[in-house]
Design a protein around this ligand. Structure first.
Ligand code: FNR
Length: 369
């Protein structure tokens, strides 16, 4: 039986080992409010996630698996003991409210800046110049956009070390009390930089054919499964569109290749990040049918979703759940508002990244009458 057989977004869904009470999920959202130095999740983040526990599943903001995996100021990590302790407070608070939370584990690759690495270069599949900007901390402590340098290419040995970093991050996510892990394979970050022929020019076993370009991302998937099990693992992919300076023109076939590989590994969910919210084309239903036929786990759609769009795709059997990003920033009780048809608050873009409680924990929930 396909997980989409039941017909409402407000019905439960099994995702691998985890039961979700509804199918309105919170998309991963970088908010750049972790505590420096050490990039540690703090009490303000605990409160932010606690407020959003009514989501069927919260996917955490991208959390870097290593210092070299960082590309934005004050994003949290998941490689040190302090960070694990910080995340533990977050997961405890979400669980105390009856919620569930997945850790999005992240390596930005070339979407970074030497100021994060003591002057060292960011890493990628290949050392090719490209145009994009990272978000560093400006002299006033506020986010400042800065050109990304040309990265250096990871050696084969370093690729093995990076796989190990993903494994450790998964062990840490379990220890921190997360319910699932989501591997960030989307948006032009490190794994995507290997997947795409627009950024991967390697001549070894990690470059060239589609199989070779998928090798490192699948080694990561296998390591993450090995550190937990497939029923606790999902991946986010953006097979179409242009993100972070990577215009991936052949991403759709690679997406299907990966869907088959992930399906044969019984990965719990595939989170499809759709590009139309960021000026890209809409994913065609035909492609969704192919994905559904190729991947047996739960399919989560995200990007410009409304309740109507989510319900249509659920009814068509093409998604099992929808993740909402910006609407969750401004509506901590979004699932409940959608269920009751309540009005939605508009998010304020100026407070998305960095800062304190303003625009973060001060969006009110509906008053309980
Ligand atoms: C994002 N997005 C995002 N995606 C991701 O995989 N990891 C992340 O850390 C982030 N961070 C992030 C921060 C902010 C402020 C925004 C607006 C977006 C993308 C996000 O998960 C989602 O795909 C988009 O927001 C589109 O969905 P909505 O907003 O149209 O529902």
């Amino acid at each position: 039986m396909s997980p989409s057989d039941s017909q409402s977004l407000f019905q439960p869904l099994t995702v691998g080992a985890v039961e979700l009470p509804n199918r309105i999920l919170m998309a991963p959202l970088t908010r750049m409010r972790a505590t420096p130095p050490g990039d540690v999740p703090n009490d303000l983040m605990v409160e932010y996630y606690r407020q959003r526990s009514g989501a069927g599943l919260i996917v955490s903001e991208g959390t870097q698996i290593s210092p070299i995996g960082k590309g934005y100021m004050d994003t949290p990590g998941i490689y040190s003991e302090e960070q694990v302790e910080g995340w533990r407070k977050v997961t405890d608070a979400v669980h105390a409210e009856g919620g569930r939370i997945a850790a999005q584990i992240w390596h930005v690759g070339r979407v970074s800046h030497e100021s994060f690495h003591d002057g060292g270069l960011p890493v990628s599949a290949s050392a090719v110049p490209y145009r994009n900007r990272a978000t560093i901390k400006g002299p006033d402590g506020k986010p400042l956009r800065a050109n990304c340098p040309t990265p250096r290419a990871l050696s084969v040995e370093e690729i093995g070390g990076t796989v190990e970093d993903y494994r450790r991050a998964t062990v840490n996510a379990r220890e921190a009390g997360f319910d699932l892990v989501e591997i960030h394979g989307a948006h032009g970050y490190l794994l995507h930089q290997f997947l795409s022929a627009e950024s991967n020019f390697r001549e070894d076993e990690y470059g060239g054919s589609m199989e070779n370009r998928a090798r490192f991302p699948l080694e990561v998937v296998d390591a993450v499964i090995g550190a937990w099990d497939a029923s606790h693992v999902g991946i986010r992919l953006s097979p179409q569109g242009s993100f972070n300076g990577l215009e991936d023109n052949a991403g759709l076939p690679m997406g299907l290749h990966l869907a088959g590989e992930l399906g044969s590994r019984n990965v719990a969910f595939l989170h499809l990040s759709e590009p139309d919210w960021a000026g890209g084309p809409a994913i065609e239903d035909e492609y969704r049918h192919y994905l559904r036929a190729t991947f047996g786990g739960a399919i989560i759609g995200a990007g410009n979703y409304t309740l109507a769009k989510a319900q249509r795709l659920l009814d068509a059997g093409l998604i099992d759940a929808a993740a909402f990003g910006r609407a969750y920033i401004a509506n901590p009780d979004l699932a409940e508002r959608l269920r009751t048809g309540a009005e939605l608050t508009e998010p304020v873009g100026a407070t998305f990244y960095g800062g304190g409680a303003e625009g973060y924990t001060d969006y009110p929930a509906l008053a309980v009458s």
